[in-house]
Design a protein around this ligand. Structure first.
Ligand SMILES: [Zn+2]
Ligand SMILES: [Zn+2]
Length: 369
């Protein structure tokens, strides 16, 4: 049976059916629709005003590759300029190949690229060193937890270095729905409240952040990358992803099979949530070390690094508050001390309310930006 005609141009043969709507489109009309929808997300949400200098978190993966490509197409309409910012977490063999993909993209698209490294920002700690240090802690998620918090901070720092006014990341609707589901299942009202909406306005001196692909489905992101022949790096991070996210993903797949709009419905439900006054997180103060927003003495990033420097990562990432409340004013103990990391740029990454686990942007845990 020949492919149906494109439902938009009525000329070309359809190349796909859109996963959500079932609409049959040709390659050209699909890519144009995808770009128009991202444009609508940005314009309707007033995410990137004309004149914005936008730092694109570039990981070399499919999401950030598609985001950078679409924004480059839209930049003349939006009146914005783009700067790719890549974070080198120091993951031997994995990140090197991913960074090579980012470099190829920057060269092909003639976009400026800046790479910031954990080792440089965080007092010598690479992700490989963190993994060695946390090995045997019995917490499979610890690597992703560290990495999510630190990557967010590193991206903020990189964005500041290039004079950016805004930060964008490549999270898609599936990532967001997984995070909403996880927050629901954990009963984490504070993070649910913060995770809604298309981004954060930039509290506490942090740069405004947004996710222009937040309403785009993962399947369509992959299709767009395929039809536009984008060159990206598709290997999984060498460190196992957080197990709970995997369960949320499986559950979401079941829900989506029964109800195709389930992913987007979950994303929207988080946007529309209103918290009862008693469930609202307390207004955050400032981290005593770096000045970022924090609900305790230290922000998440500083608390994690502090635990590493003391050789006690378990306390810094445990469910309880022991490791954080015990310590009093930051001081040097033990023989594992390293210089304080030069955390200079406050960001909402460090705004930890009810739990020190994960950033408020848990969706970063899969090694994407
Ligand atoms: Zn068409
Ligand atoms: Zn801090």
């Amino acid at each position: 049976m020949p492919a149906p005609q494109c439902a938009s141009c009525h000329k070309a043969r359809a190349a796909l059916r859109r996963p959500r709507s079932g609409q049959a489109l040709c390659t050209t009309c699909f890519c144009a629709s995808f770009e128009a929808e991202v444009l609508h997300t940005v314009v309707a949400g007033r995410l990137l005003p004309p004149g914005a200098v936008v730092a694109v978190g570039a990981s070399g993966g499919k999401d950030s590759t598609v985001l950078a490509h679409v924004l480059r197409e839209l930049a003349p309409h939006l009146g914005i300029s783009l700067h790719l910012v890549a974070v080198d977490e120091g993951i031997g063999g994995y990140r090197d190949a991913a960074l090579a993909a980012v470099r190829r993209q920057a060269a092909r698209w003639e976009l400026p690229l800046t790479v910031v490294a954990y080792a440089e920002l965080f007092g010598g700690w690479t992700m490989d060193a963190v993994a060695r240090s946390t090995a045997g802690s019995g917490r499979s998620r610890s690597c992703c937890t560290f990495c999510g918090v630190l990557r967010r901070r590193a991206l903020e720092e990189g964005a500041r270095r290039v004079g950016a006014t805004h930060v964008v990341t490549g999270h898609n609707a599936d990532d967001m729905a997984e995070t909403v589901l996880m927050n629901f299942l954990r009963g984490d009202a504070g993070r649910l409240a913060r995770g809604g909406g298309l981004g954060s306005p930039g509290e506490g001196g942090a740069l405004p952040r947004c996710r222009p692909l937040q309403l785009a489905s993962q399947k369509e992101v992959v299709l767009y990358a395929h039809f536009r022949r984008l060159d990206y790096f598709s290997e999984e991070c060498v460190y196992a992803p957080e197990a709970f996210r995997g369960h949320a993903r499986d559950l979401l797949k079941l829900l989506e099979a029964a109800r195709p709009s389930a992913v987007l419905d979950l994303v929207h439900s988080a946007e529309r949530l209103a918290l009862a006054p008693a469930a609202r997180p307390p207004p955050p103060g400032a981290c005593s070390r770096c000045g970022a927003l924090a609900s305790r003495a230290l922000c998440q990033a500083c608390a994690l690094l502090d635990g590493l420097n003391r050789g006690r990562p378990r306390l810094a990432i445990g469910k309880g508050r022991r490791g954080l409340d015990e310590e009093g004013p930051p001081g040097r103990r033990g023989s594992h001390s390293r210089p304080d990391p030069p955390l200079r740029s406050p960001s909402p990454a460090s705004r930890d309310s009810s739990s020190p686990l994960g950033s408020d942007d848990d969706v970063g845990v899969r090694g994407r930006l």
